[in-house]
Design a binder for this molecule. Structure first.
Ligand SMILES: [Fe+2]
Length: 213
């Protein structure tokens, strides 16, 4: 697999390029602020982009979609029911074929209702659901509850060896593993939903006390 994590500016956003070794097919995840640069990197690898995949519909993730679709003819793929901007809607558990690769779609509502994570060959692209040492922003009510359920029922059941690739470089390092997150992410260490929300509410204070950037 060809896999690139690309810094694209904005709010320390990451785009990802995923391509199969035979160079038959590639996908860009969240083209974001620098679709031209992502396209150049794909071209340098000799990759043909057939999907533009969005982890969710926030503007900082989707704003390169139309440039990239115009340049490549790739289809825009996201969680079903998101809206008319999608060419392909996917649902939880769906498997997308990308040449010889299989992309497993995991619906992870919380940060947004249309959030998905993408699991491919032991790498999990987590969008704004899970960051390195943090989680994506939510309200303190139904959004937080959905995120808590997504994290515990959909992500923490994955193997410890799975590598984590978030939608923003806002953690202590750009990528991690499920084992590291289970062991050290303070949000995942909370033993109840109430404690999880309490940490969200007191995050600034927690960060200051624990010298987290
Ligand atoms: Fe977001």
């Amino acid at each position: 697999m060809i896999f690139e994590q690309i810094r694209v500016g904005g709010y320390r956003n990451f785009s990802y390029l995923i391509g199969d070794e035979k160079r038959d097919a590639a996908a860009v995840v969240d083209p974001s602020f620098s679709p031209q640069r992502v396209l150049e990197i794909a071209q340098n690898h000799g990759l043909r982009i057939i999907y533009i995949i969005n982890t969710h519909s926030h503007g900082d993730h989707i704003n390169g979609n139309h440039y990239l679709r115009a340049k490549t003819g790739a289809k825009i793929l996201g969680y079903e029911g998101r809206g008319s901007d999608l060419d392909v809607g996917v649902k939880d558990g769906e498997v997308i074929e990308l040449g010889t690769l299989k992309l497993n779609i995991i619906h992870t509502p919380g940060h947004t209702d249309d959030g998905i994570c993408i699991l491919v060959e032991g790498r999990l692209l987590t969008g704004d659901t899970l960051f390195v040492g943090k989680v994506g922003g939510t309200d303190y009510g139904s959004g937080a509850k959905k995120q808590y359920e997504s994290l515990h029922r959909k992500l923490l059941v994955l193997d410890d060896s799975v590598k984590i690739y978030p939608g923003h470089d806002c953690g202590v390092k750009p990528s991690s593993t499920m084992e590291e997150e289970k062991r050290s992410n303070p949000f995942l260490l909370q033993s109840s939903f109430e404690d999880f929300v309490s940490l969200k509410k007191n995050w600034l204070q927690y960060k200051a006390v624990h010298a987290i950037r």
